[in-house]
Design a protein around this ligand. Structure first.
Ligand SMILES: C[S@@+](CC[C@H](N)C(=O)[O-])C[C@H]1O[C@@H](n2cnc3c(N)ncnc32)[C@H](O)[C@@H]1O
Length: 297
């Protein structure tokens, strides 16, 4: 069981984010994943005097927390604009602000520690909770709906594609057989079901981990949202703007690398980081936008 860090989440790779984002006084930075505000506050300290942080999050509770934390900890002369929005809608947010582009963009992908621990999201299998997994209350389909209604093959595909689950077919079959007898409504029920068909050895991760990760990604359309953001990046960035992505998931990492290589080969940007930084499976891609035509003002 994870312990809750101060503020509910410890921001990762802060020094690296600041080094590559290189925020300067008076600039405007888009934090696509405000979370508990850890990165936003540290960025704001570099923007003073003046400057603006535009912070987005799909989770209104995290966004509220980030706002309070920013008020308490960020320099008073740095403005914060918060939006309950998916980063795939970042262009709409900028239009609403009448802002053509930003100097820097950060996307710290995934979920925050408090979201994993808090029962309300139903993301953790260590405690009995409703099988929900929605980060954004605007989403209609919960994880319980997927396991209740999707075809066996669709469920297996989700498990395989989003979590490389080797036993995807076995788990999907078990879900379909179980739901004919009783509805699968809680995290505990689903975790026990997965453990009953996936072999595991002591010391290995819980066999339910991959299933929970894959369902969370499906419920929140995480891959589609990232693809949406990556499509927007060239138009969101000012010339010489910088963007930083932090990813813990190999599929997302691949998408970011693919997009950044395309930007680089079409002359839109220069890659500042090309390889893995450490063995902890944390990766960061930073790009420096040079001359995105749509960024010209
Ligand atoms: C790893 S946490 C970010 C933590 C943050 N950098 C901090 O310092 O506290 C990821 C955050 O992104 C949010 N999120 C996930 N997908 C999103 C999306 N498509 N659009 C906007 N926010 C998203 C989650 O709700 C979560 O709050």
């Amino acid at each position: 069981m994870l312990g809750m860090p101060e503020h509910g989440h410890e921001p990762v790779m802060v020094e690296e984010v600041l080094r590559f984002l290189d925020p300067q006084p008076g600039q405007t930075i888009l934090d696509c994943t405000a979370g508990r505000g850890g990165h936003s506050v540290r960025i704001a300290q570099r923007l003073s005097p003046g400057g603006t942080v535009i912070a987005l999050d799909v989770d209104p509770e995290n966004l509220k927390y980030a706002r309070h934390r920013f008020e308490a900890e960020a320099p008073k002369d740095v403005q914060l604009r918060t939006f309950h929005a998916n980063f795939g809608e970042a262009n709409d947010v900028l239009s609403e602000l009448n802002l053509p582009a930003v100097d820097g963009l950060l996307a710290d992908l995934g979920v925050s520690t408090n979201q994993l621990i808090e029962k309300s999201h139903g993301l953790s299998f260590s405690e009995e909770a409703p099988l929900d997994m929605r980060l954004d209350p605007r989403i209609k389909v919960k994880a319980a709906d997927i396991v209740a209604q999707w075809e066996e093959k669709e469920i297996a595909d989700v498990l395989f594609h989003y979590a490389q689950e080797r036993f995807s077919h076995r788990i999907a079959r078990k879900i379909v057989l179980t739901r004919q007898r009783e509805p699968i409504l809680t995290t505990g029920q689903l975790a026990r079901l997965v453990r009953s068909v996936v072999p595991s050895k002591p010391g290995q991760i819980d066999p339910a981990t991959r299933t929970f990760q894959a369902l969370r990604m499906a419920v929140n359309a995480e891959v589609e949202s990232l693809e949406g953001l990556l499509d927007l990046v060239p138009e969101l960035m000012r010339p010489n703007g910088r963007c930083v992505f932090i990813s813990f998931h190999s599929g997302e990492d691949r998408l970011v690398k693919q997009a950044s290589r395309e930007w680089e080969s079409s002359g839109l940007c220069e890659l500042l980081v090309k390889n893995r930084w450490n063995r902890a499976k944390k990766k960061c891609i930073a790009t420096r936008d040079r001359e995105a035509p749509s960024c010209e003002r």
